[in-house]
Write a protein that binds this ligand. Structure first.
Ligand code: ATP
Ligand code: MG
Length: 382
């Protein structure tokens, strides 16, 4: 008999012929996060298990953050002997009172009782041993789960995890990461669906300083936990911004800046092998995030641009930022390159066909190439 953590996965179930691959990736990701805790991880019969951890709570904390994990339960593993199982069930239910039910699950069809029979028999024995309990099969206060697989597993507690798809099964994308609240959340949302990210950050020294850079690396590091490392590209953006400021209509300054970010990001994304860009934009939040403005931004790239926050309010975004622990870092004061040359009256309904004229005095290719060539890459290790 020994303690294990029983790990259930969610949508991975649906993946048909790809299921073995998804499960292998999921298991490897669990292995990676429990490694510092000394845990042993294996996959067997629709469950992932962790044993030999030196700190159960720490193990729960990190496994519930692995994408693809639906829930976890601290469980006891034992031989498939009815009396041994019943004795353990009685022991585990001893501290409880109120209503309960036993949920049996027999996946080993050689076990002599089916799921229903097993639940009924164990329920009966528990009731006899603990007079403070009553059975309620519809809305029980406590649920004792007994699974008959390669071994028998018993657990009472089920702790919900993040869900999503295993990291690495959803392709690659490039996240435009500012130091604000929104973009780390946007990146997290795609990572949750299994997408591996690189981060691209635009900096404009001397208008933006070391602090802004450190802050972005700190945010990227938080995201990198989920993928076991991350590449961060730091793009020198001062020249683009100065030229835009000098040579383009002031009221279109922010929008043109955004268009340059997208152009440059697309080149870097391709180098990384990414197929899409991700931004933290939310419809209507600022002038450059109206529908007309987003049309003008998207027009300069061929890649799909994912905006997972498009329909969220700021408060909803802040809730997620708190949950993933990026909020406190995001609100540290810093100067973003976007805020350096903010026009006083930005247009909210820009017209796509006026953009080429607004940018005609710029050598777009040269500016993009120079920025890409000057980009510094930082590799964040797990
Ligand atoms: P955030 O909170 O993510 O900074 P925001 O609400 O401040 O977003 P903007 O400043 O208009 O919005 O930026 C919109 C999006 O453009 C950001 O979510 C981010 O994806 C990208 N972005 C903005 N500034 C930068 C930057 N300096 N480097 C990389 N990406 C940026
Ligand atoms: Mg911002």
């Amino acid at each position: 008999m020994r303690d294990v953590l029983l790990v259930r996965y969610g949508e991975v179930f649906l993946k048909g012929a790809n299921r073995p691959h998804f499960l292998k990736v999921l298991t490897d990701n669990v292995k990676r996060v429990v490694k510092p805790l000394g845990g042993h991880v294996w996959l067997s019969d629709s469950r992932v298990y962790v044993s030999d951890f030196n700190d159960l709570q720490a193990c729960i904390d990190c496994v519930t953050k692995v994408f693809g994990v639906y829930s976890v339960s601290p469980a006891v593993e034992m031989e498939k002997d009815l009396d041994v199982i019943a004795e353990q069930c009685i022991k585990m239910m001893a501290p409880y009172s109120g209503t309960f039910k036993v949920q049996g699950k027999r996946s080993d069809k050689k076990f002599p009782m089916n799921s229903m029979e097993l639940a009924a028999e164990l329920g009966h024995r528990i009731l006899e041993a603990n007079p403070n309990l009553k059975v309620d099969v519809h809305k029980p206060e406590h649920k004792l789960m007994v699974e008959i697989r390669d071994n028998a597993y018993i657990c009472v507690e089920e702790i919900m995890a993040v869900g999503g798809m295993p990291m690495g099964t959803g392709g690659k994308a490039a996240l435009l990461l500012s130091g604000g609240i929104d973009s780390p959340v946007a990146g997290y949302q795609l990572m949750k669906r299994g997408v591996r990210l690189c981060a691209i950050h635009f900096q404009s020294p001397p208008y933006t300083g070391e602090l802004a850079r450190d802050k972005v690396l700190q945010l990227a590091k938080k995201l990198a936990w989920y993928s076991g490392g991350m590449r961060v590209y730091l793009v020198p953006f001062t020249k683009c911004q100065l030229e835009i400021h000098e040579k383009c209509p002031d009221e279109l300054g922010t929008l043109i800046t955004r268009r340059f970010m997208m152009r440059i990001a697309q080149v870097i994304a391709r180098q990384f092998g990414a197929q899409a860009l991700i931004t933290g934009e939310s419809l209507g939040q600022v002038a450059s995030q109206t529908m007309d403005a987003l049309v003008c931004t998207d027009a300069v790239v061929d890649m799909p641009v994912f905006r997972p926050l498009i329909g969220l309010d700021k408060t909803e975004i802040m809730d997620i930022a708190n949950k993933i622990d990026t909020y406190e870092t995001s609100i540290l004061p810093y100067e973003d390159c976007c805020t350096v040359f903010t026009p006083r009256h930005p247009v909210t309904k820009p017209k796509l066909d006026t953009m080429p004229k607004a940018e005609e005095k710029l050598d777009i290719d040269a500016l993009v190439n120079e920025a890409v060539e000057g980009t510094e890459m930082v590799i964040l290790e797990p």
